[in-house]
Design a protein around this ligand. Structure first.
Ligand code: 5RP
Length: 232
């Protein structure tokens, strides 16, 4: 199966976990965009009744275009579920996210959810996080200083995202991609170390948040459930 078909299969299968009356966090990226489109279809064709909270402007626009009603995160006490993509996930369901630059809103929404379901194709499954460059959102103010500090705790290259112009996030921040050369041995510890660097807004390590992964691969779609996770 080609990668886009796998993303579509995973994205659509995740909708089985969405029930009437839920408030659902809507992640960002090409995989979860299939979830959003399918939710729009379920609402219009099958009368599903939900509200969504988008994690980016792109997802907000997509959700509105397919008829998913939206509310703000502060309008709901808690979300029942967030569905989002990932760049990597490991056996303990720790994630690297932020390939699309939406990591800060994605983490805020995920932390406000009763459970997190990730949608992915099988290429995202790794034994150890760290091959995908770790995205860190930083303030534009003196970003070079923040980047230099980040380079002291990263074994590989650190790079401002963007070609001739910096990539600007929905929050007005910049992204610094940090090459951990295939090995992040302690994601939770690294997350706290990076968050201690002044100028850092958020880091794309999600530890202890993801409960299950709907993964599509050559053999079809399977749901991997974290032991003692919040999805059963
Ligand atoms: C955006 C993300 C995405 O979920 C992640 O990059 C995966 O994207 P895709 O589904 O397009 O491969 O974290 O910030």
């Amino acid at each position: 199966m080609d990668s886009n078909l796998m993303k579509r299969a995973a994205g659509i299968a995740a909708c089985n976990w969405v029930k009437d009356g839920m408030a659902v966090g809507l992640g960002t990226g090409s995989t979860v965009s299939h979830t959003v489109v399918e939710l729009g279809r379920l609402i219009s064709d099958e009368g599903l009744s939900i509200v969504g909270v988008p994690t980016s402007i792109a997802t907000r626009d997509l959700a509105l275009s397919v008829g998913v009603p939206l509310v703000g995160l502060s309008d709901v006490e808690i979300l029942d579920l967030v569905i989002d993509g990932t760049d990597e996930f490991d056996p303990s369901f720790s994630l690297i996210k932020g390939g699309g630059g939406a990591l800060t809103r994605e983490k805020i929404v995920a932390q406000r959810s009763r459970a997190m379901l990730v949608v992915a194709d099988e290429t995202k499954q790794v034994q150890v996080l760290g091959t995908f460059p770790l995205p860190v959102e930083v303030l534009p103010f003196a970003w070079e200083v923040t980047m230099s500090r980040l380079s002291e705790i990263c074994p590989g290259k650190v790079k401002l995202r963007g070609a001739s112009q910096p990539f600007v996030t929905d929050n007005g921040g910049y992204i610094i991609d940090c090459d951990y050369q295939g090995v992040i041995s302690n994601p939770k510890l690294l997350e706290s170390e990076i968050l201690c660097v002044s100028g850092v807004v958020e880091v794309g390590l999600f530890c202890g948040i993801c409960d299950a992964v709907v993964m599509a691969g050559g053999k079809g779609v399977e749901t991997l459930l974290k032991e003692n996770g919040r999805i059963v």
